[in-house]
Ligand binder design. Structure first.
Ligand code: HEM
Length: 420
C-alpha cells in the first residue's frame, strides 16, 4: 500500500487537527522521496520531500515553472485564472526572464544596507507591543498569536506600504480570507455558505475589489508626493523602460503584504511556542543575547511558515530517478526539507544555537524570499525585546493550528507571562 495518497499532506483540515504531517514526510524521505499522490479531491501531484531535490528544482526555474500557479487547490475549487485577482500575476508567479525584471522594482528596498531604515520601525513596534503586554501589573495571560504575533508584522508592513493605522484591521481581515480561505474563524468559510466554485470565485473577486480600493489612494498619493518608502518605489515602478500597469502595481502591494504578514506572524507564534516549552533554550538566549540571529533562523526552519510551493514541469524530465512528464505538478515541501536528517543534525530538536543551519524556510534559488532580511530583523526585534524584558513564560492552554496547508502555523497560542 502507498504511504499516502497526498490528502494528509495538502488538506487544510488535516493541518487544523494535527499540524504538519511530519510522520508521513519522514517516511517519504526514507522510502519515496519523489512520491506520486492521487486522491479523489486534489489533482494528482508529486510530493518532493528531500532538501536536495527541493533545492535542485528551485534552481531550474526554466524547467519547473511558477507561472501556472504556486498553490494546490481542490479539484472543485480551482479559481478562475483569467479574471479579477485570479488573473493577477505577481513576481512569485513569474518565470524567467520576466521575473527578474519585475523583482528589480522592489529589490533596492530590501537590500541589507537598507535595513537601517527598517530597524527603527521594527524596534518601535516591538517596544509598544511589550509595553502593552506589561500593562500596569507586569504579568498576565494572552493569546500571543492573536495579540502580539499578528500585530507586529501588521504594523511594520503597514508602515512601509503606507497603509493608514485605521485601515490595518481591515487589510488583515482581507488577507486572512485570501490565505486561509477554509478557516471558519478567520477565513472565507464564514462568509461563503456554499463551497462550490462559483461562490468561491465570486468571494475572491469581491476581495480583490476591496483590496484595490484600499491601495488605490496610496498609489495615487505616492505618485504625486514621493517619499522614502516601499510604497513610493512600487507606485512609481518601471519595468523594461515602461511604467508598471495598474494590475501589476496593485499586485506588487498585495504580494508584499500577503507574503510578509502571515509568514512572519506564524514564525513568531511558533517560535514563542518553542521558547515557552523549552525553558533551557530561552535561558541560553538570555545568557547569550547575540544568539538571537541564529535563534531566528532556527525558528524559520522549525516553523517553516511557507509549507510548500508548487512547480509545473515545462518538459519531460527526471528527478532523482523518477520520470516526470511535461505538465506534471510538483509540490516542494520546505517543511519536510527542513527536517531532512541527511542535512540537519537531530532535525526534530529545536536549538537556538544551531550551526550550520542551511534551512530552506525562505525558499532557494530564483524566488528566494525578497523580504528575508526584513523578516529576520522584524522577528529579531520582538524576540530580543521578549528575552530582555520577560522573566517567566509558560503555556496557559492548548495551542490551535490554522486550517490551512500553504502558509501554516498556530492560530491560538495562550501564554502566561511575568515581566522582570
Ligand atoms: C518568516 C517570514 C517569511 C518566510 C518564511 C518567507 C518565505 C518565503 C518563501 C519560501 C518564498 C519563496 C517562494 C517561491 O519559491 O516561489 C518567499 C518569496 C517571497 N517573499 Fe517571503 N517569507 C517571509 C517574509 C517575507 C516578508 C516580510 C516579505 C516582504 C515584506 C516577503 C516577501 C516575499 C516576496 C515578494 C517573495 C517573492 C519573491 C520572488 O518571487 O522572487 N517575505 N518567501
Amino acid at each position: 500500500m502507498s504511504i499516502t495518497d497526498g490528502t494528509d499532506l495538502i488538506d487544510p483540515g488535516a493541518y487544523a487537527e494535527n499540524g504538519p504531517p511530519h510522520e508521513t514526510w519522514t517516511k517519504l524521505r526514507a522510502q519515496s522521496p519523489i512520491h506520486r499522490c492521487e486522491s479523489a479531491d486534489y489533482p494528482p501531484f508529486w510530493a518532493v520531500t528531500k532538501h536536495e531535490d527541493i533545492c535542485r528544482i528551485s534552481r531550474e526555474p526554466e524547467n519547473f515553472l511558477s507561472f501556472p500557479g504556486i498553490t494546490m487547490q481542490r479539484k472543485e475549487d480551482v479559481i478562475d485564472r483569467e479574471q479579477g485577482v485570479g488573473a493577477m500575476r505577481t513576481i512569485i508567479e513569474m518565470d524567467p526572464p520576466q521575473h527578474s525584471s519585475f523583482r528589480k522594482v522592489a529589490s533596492p528596498f530590501f537590500k541589507p544596507g537598507q535595513m537601517k531604515h527598517i530597524d527603527p520601525i521594527v524596534e518601535e513596534s516591538a517596544k509598544q507591543l511589550l509595553d502593552d503586554l506589561a500593562g500596569t501589573t507586569g504579568e498576565g495571560e494572552c493569546d500571543f498569536a492573536m495579540k502580539v504575533a499578528v500585530a507586529h508584522p501588521l504594523r511594520v508592513l503597514s508602515t512601509i506600504l503606507g497603509v493608514p493605522r485605521e485601515q490595518e484591521p481591515r487589510i488583515l481581515e482581507l488577507t486572512n480570507q485570501l490565505f486561509a480561505p477554509e478557516d471558519e474563524e478567520i477565513g472565507l468559510a464564514g462568509r461563503v455558505t456554499e463551497t462550490h466554485r462559483e461562490a468561491r470565485n465570486a468571494a475572491v473577486m469581491q476581495l480583490g475589489m476591496e483590496l484595490y480600493q484600499l491601495f488605490e489612494p496610496i498609489i495615487a498619493d505616492r505618485r504625486s508626493n514621493p517619499r522614502d518608502d516601499l510604497a513610493t518605489l512600487l507606485a512609481n515602478g518601471v519595468v523594461d523602460g515602461e511604467p508598471m500597469g495598474p494590475m501589476e502595481t496593485l499586485g506588487y502591494f498585495l504580494i508584499t503584504f500577503t507574503a510578509g504578514h502571515d509568514t512572519t506572524k506564524n514564525a513568531l507564534a511558533g517560535g514563542l511556542h518553542q521558547l515557552a516549552t523549552h525553558p533551557h533554550e530561552l535561558e541560553k538566549l538570555r545568557r547569550n543575547p547575540e544568539l538571537s540571529a541564529s535563534a531566528v533562523e532556527e525558528i524559520v526552519r522549525w516553523t517553516s511558515p511557507v509549507n510548500y510551493m508548487k512547480r509545473t514541469a515545462a518538459r519531460d524530465t527526471v528527478v532523482s530517478g523518477q520520470n516526470i512528464a511535461e505538465g506534471d505538478e510538483l509540490i516542494l515541501f520546505y517543511a519536510s526539507g527542513n527536517r531532512d536528517e541527511t542535512v540537519f543534525d537531530a532535525p526534530f530538536e529545536f536549538r537556538v544555537d544551531r550551526a550550520p543551519n542551511p534551512h530552506i524556510g525562505f525558499g532557494h534559488g530564483e524566488h528566494f524570499c525578497l523580504g528575508a532580511h526584513l523578516a529576520r530583523r522584524s522577528q529579531r526585534a520582538l524576540i530580543d525585546a521578549i528575552v530582555q524584558r520577560v522573566d517567566h513564560l509558560e503555556l496557559a492552554g492548548e495551542p490551535e493550528w490554522i486550517k490551512a496547508s500553504f502558509v501554516v502555523g498556530l492560530k491560538h497560542l495562550p501564554i502566561r507571562y511575568r515581566f522582570k
